[in-house]
Design a protein around this ligand. Sequence first.
Ligand code: ATP
Ligand code: MG
Length: 228
Amino acid sequence: MNLVYKGKTKDVYALENGNYLLKFKDEVTGENGVFDPGANTVGLTIEGMGKSGLRLTKFFFEKLKDLDIPTHYINSSIEDATMTVLPAKMFGKGVEVICRYRAVGSFLRRYGLYAKEGQVLDAYVEVTLKDDLRNDPLITNEALEMLGIMTKKEYDVLVELTKRIGNIVKDELAKKGLELYDIKFEFGRVGDDNHIALIDEISGGNMRAYKDGEYIEPLKLEELMMKN
Ligand SMILES: Nc1ncnc2c1ncn2[C@@H]1O[C@H](COP(=O)(O)OP(=O)(O)OP(=O)(O)O)[C@@H](O)[C@H]1O
Ligand SMILES: [Mg+2]
């Protein structure tokens, strides 16, 4: 097993058969000891966080598999906090795709002159570059094509998949009385045909979920989602 990348919340290993193994850690992104899913620094360690994130990730990726939506998922071991996945090729150095259902976070900071806090948004999709140095800048489809990061055709597939997956997550949360405000995904090119697939994870750390107007922390979210 070869360590290929040491991430903030996961480590990535290459397996002998060419697949990747993601190890979910207990580190959480945030600043000054305060959890913030959008932060680019590791702020604190929470016991059991890795396994909790993996449990939710497993739940959603298995759901997507049943629906024939392309992902990197192969299998997982909650005990070891590991997930086996297909290796993906990145768009440039990686992009993040956000799907928004309510105006909060950076959307509100950017468009506060027009947007009201908590205003309903209709699965509005935004793409950002993974670039910590430049605070993950927002990018348009024209710039993505111009800079050789992805084609217009790939962009269209990305947006379509994002809305579909976002809506699935939103519906699953709604079944438990939770409301999804926004969610962040990662995609990559997978397989010999380079088809676009959802990669990385789907956990509380990648979304904002609310219950009766109150923000639900990742560990609590997983607990609420997993109980019958
Ligand atoms: N199937 C895959 N193939 C290749 N790389 C992957 C795959 N799934 C996830 N990754 C990458 O593995 C890394 C996981 O590490 P981690 O989640 O800690 O992210 P990070 O890049 O440090 O920070 P961030 O939370 O900002 O993404 C990410 O860089 C992610 O893009
Ligand atoms: Mg990550």
